[in-house]
Design a binder for this molecule. Structure first.
Ligand code: NAG
Length: 131
């Protein structure tokens, strides 16, 4: 059985370890940052072949970003398209230009912004260039 003294030592050292961990957040801590996409907005229409800036909110960025480099893909009905529309940009930029790919026109498209994590835009519409 533990003596009271041994138990006290265990509690004291775990408390010390805990405060040590808490005291040095900048050494190891990395924050997962999922910036909110501001554009495209809900139900706007993008035409295939046109260029647009995807923009996102950079105001909430943490000090340490796990992965500061972003990439963008398209998504519809719960599936992410394999084509990468843009990559290698800094998440801190808050925007990146993409060309709307030649996909089947329709609604319910979303932009996925990958970095630390994946974040989806609201659903928007892609129309063919001739429409
Ligand atoms: C995207 O934003 C940049 C910087 O504001 C601007 O120079 C560029 O023309 C924009 N592109 C489009 C397609 O609007």
């Amino acid at each position: 059985m533990f003596s009271l003294r041994a138990l006290t030592t265990i509690i004291t050292s775990s408390a010390a370890l805990f405060s040590l961990t808490r005291a040095s957040p900048s050494v190891e801590r990395r924050d997962v940052w999922v910036p909110q996409i501001l554009y495209p907005r809900t139900n706007i229409v993008w035409k295939t072949g046109y260029r647009h800036n995807v923009t996102w909110d950079t105001s909430s960025q943490p000090e340490q970003i796990t992965n500061p480099v972003g990439s963008i893909q398209l998504r519809k009905s719960g599936s992410t398209f394999p084509d990468v529309l843009q990559e290698g940009f800094q998440l801190t930029d808050g925007r990146v230009e993409i060309t709307v790919p030649d996909v089947t026109p329709g609604c319910g498209y979303q932009i996925v912004l990958f970095g630390d994590s994946g974040n989806f835009s609201p659903e928007f519409i892609i129309a063919s260039e001739g429409d």
